[in-house]
Design a protein around this ligand. Structure first.
Ligand code: MIC
Ligand code: SF4
Length: 637
């Protein structure tokens, strides 16, 4: 049987296991990336491993999230990251250079390579025909130390693209179509592999928009083939020598196939408060809009901003709304400026922000009370914008501009004739904001007062006892567990302080109760821990004594993070038992042997509940030792 692109790359990187669905496989990781808000912890972990330099082909450290410097904390973190990079052989992307995923796609992505990144949208680079996976910081630190990355071999799910997109319909609408079908949990344990005659009609950055938001389906990653279009993009970036052809074999068999005729895709949007709450734009027409934000790692490429510029030329932003534009990189900004395409943005009244994540993670530009905000971003979880009651819709850049001009949700196809844009054959390139990797063992690592040392954890006892501290519903996000936003994100390198905000948006009494009870259990429903890769959503709960999380199902990265920090990830053997546990119940669990099915005693209700524990041999070892770091450190001894 023929091979998929995914299998071809896995095969070349396989260091352990067998490539059949559900089996644990170990992959060699060629490249790693971190960004600042997950990076500080990842490098503290890497330093604790006692290794003198990174063992990957290429490791990169970006600064793009915590960009506001309201006090010393973020600035100190940036300086710490730069000093670590200089010591251990890591390329450093200076603050202001751009968003990690956009920069990586432009300057470093390469067909056939594996990338592990401490950010859930690392799959953006799948648009280049590579395997790019998001993970917790500790997994990325381990990859920098030369450890393979272990995962359950996912199903390879084919998405067959035919036809060509109509004017005013773009890559974002394609991935919203995929989300309509797969929902926020339909991609779990799958790799979404695109193929078919429609692929060649999409440029690499457009493919990147699609693979970026595949994350929202829960997929391990998404991937496109590497073809002539890929070659041309690499050439335009002065990197043609990095190209190799990579296509699925003709007789490949995917686990399932979703057919999408690009010509039939219409402008779509995701309604509040979930990326899979999809509706056609035409159904929402007329809804008044207070804010429009264009940018984020999903839609901030030169292609996207050229369209935005062309559509805004000679137009003014509607007086009742505020439009923000953030380019994905300095390269995008410079190329726009040189061709005169920045000017229409300025003249329209758009507020040009720094090349960074910004409003996407609630760092500035919080909407007004109860506002409708249209964003070209990838997540619209309640409260993520910084305004709890704001209603955030996710759209394409075309739909965003249509609203910015008219002041209300408008089908972009009503904007008239679709403008012609031309992409440069050669981008204007300037890598001045990258500091190349060097290894200087004598370099001093500089830590500000907000950077605390890593918490040390005891090995796991054989009897877990405690109270159910919180019972949640479906689709709890890591933003619910540990919110983003300026204030809380500045505490990413300070676990004792950030712990005070666990479940802050869900229940402000959580932290105090957890401390009083000396930890306990959390109960959840389906897709627990969806969203970001932030390991803080596991590390901080562990720090305050959370022992196990019992749910109907987990999101992949969060489950791995729980194991990494020694928290037991349990699922109900019978989902109906979710109703047999209430907040405040006292639970007891014996874990002498980490077998697949365990008996959980609900002491309050005097009943027994069967729970499943699906762990590999190594994961069991990690749970016993109190976390992955302890295991790695023991190995180094
Ligand atoms: C996000 O989009 O939620 C983030 C902020 O980029 C996170 C990383 C983080 O929490 O620092 C992600 O997607 O992994
Ligand atoms: Fe940054 Fe938003 Fe992308 Fe996360 S999703 S990396 S916050 S732009």
């Amino acid at each position: 049987m023929g091979k998929s692109v995914t299998e071809k790359i896995f095969e070349k990187h396989l260091v352990d296991g067998k490539m059949s669905t559900g089996e644990e496989v170990g992959l060699k990781i060629d490249h790693t990336l971190t960004q600042d808000s997950t990076g500080t912890m990842a490098y503290l972990e890497f330093e604790a491993m006692g290794i003198s330099q990174v063992k990957t082909q290429l490791s990169l450290s970006f600064v793009d999230h915590n960009m506001l410097q309201n006090d010393f904390r973020n600035a100190d973190d940036h300086r710490y990251l730069q000093s670590v990079a200089a010591k251990y052989g890591i390329v450093f992307s200076r603050p202001g250079n751009g968003i990690c995923h956009q920069l990586y796609l432009e300057r470093f992505a390469q067909p056939g390579v594996t990338l592990l990144g401490s950010d859930s949208h690392t799959p953006t680079a799948g648009g280049m025909g590579m395997i790019a996976i998001g993970a917790g910081g500790l997994d990325v630190a381990a990859a920098m130390a030369g450890e393979p990355f272990y995962l359950e071999m996912p199903d390879v799910y084919g998405i067959n693209l035919t036809g060509k997109l109509a004017p005013f319909v773009s890559a974002k609408d394609v991935v919203l179509e995929v989300l309509k079908k797969l929902t926020v949990k339909g991609g779990v344990n799958k790799i979404l592999e695109y193929f078919g005659s429609g692929v060649k009609t999409l440029s690499v950055p457009e493919r990147g928009t699609i693979t970026n938001m595949g994350t929202e389906t829960g997929a391990t990653t998404s991937i496109f083939p590497s073809d002539e279009v890929t070659k041309q993009f690499l050439a335009s970036q002065g990197r043609e020598s990095r190209w190799m052809e990579l296509e699925a074999d003709k007789d490949v068999r995917y686990s399932e196939v979703l057919d999408i005729d690009l010509a039939k895709v219409e402008p779509l949007l995701a309604m509040p408060h979930s990326p899979d709450n999809i509706k056609p734009v035409s159904e929402l027409e007329g809804t008044l809009v207070d804010q429009v934000c264009i940018g984020s790692c999903t839609n901030s490429s030169l292609r996207d901003l050229k369209i935005v510029s062309a559509l805004l030329r000679g137009k003014k932003v509607h007086e009742n709304l505020s439009l923000t534009v953030s380019a994905g990189s300095r390269q995008v900004m410079e190329n726009l400026a040189v061709t005169g395409e920045l000017e229409p943005l300025i003249q329209s009244g758009a507020r040009i922000l720094e090349n960074s994540c910004g409003p996407c993670i609630g760092i500035g530009q919080a909407p007004t009370t109860g506002a409708v905000s249209l964003r070209t971003f990838n997540r619209n979880f309640k409260g993520r914008s910084g305004t709890q009651d704001a209603k955030v819709y996710l759209t394409s850049p075309e739909t965003a501009v249509a609203a910015a001009i008219t002041g209300k949700i408008t089908d972009p196809r009503k904007l008239g004739v679709f403008p012609e844009i031309s992409m440069p054959e050669k981008f204007i390139l300037s890598d001045a904001m990258f500091i190349p990797a060097g290894v200087n063992p004598n370099a001093k690592v500089i830590m500000g007062p907000n950077i605390t040392s890593l918490p040390q954890f005891q090995s796991t006892p054989s009897l877990l006892k405690g109270e159910v501290l919180l019972k949640t519903g479906d689709n709890i996000t890591t933003d619910d567990i540990l919110p983003g936003g300026t204030d809380i994100m500045s505490l990413r390198s300070n676990i004792p302080e950030i712990s005070k905000y666990i479940f802050h948006r869900v229940d402000t009494t959580f932290y105090q109760r957890a401390i009083q009870k000396q930890g306990g259990f959390i109960v959840g429903a389906e897709n627990y821990g969806q969203g970001s890769s932030r390991e803080h959503a596991a590390l901080a709960p562990r720090y305050i004594g959370v022992k196990a999380v019992i749910v109907k199902s987990f999101a992949r990265i969060h489950m791995a993070n729980l194991i990494n920090f020694g928290i037991l990830p349990l699922t109900f053997a019978d989902k109906k038992d979710y109703d047999n546990i209430e907040q405040g119940d006292i639970l007891e669990l014996e874990i002498n042997h980490l077998v697949e099915t365990l008996t959980l005693k609900n002491k309050t209700k005097t009943i027994e509940i069967k729970v499943n524990l699906n762990l590999s041999k190594q994961e069991k070892e990690q749970i016993k030792a109190g976390g992955k770091l302890a295991v790695i450190k023991n190995k180094q001894k």
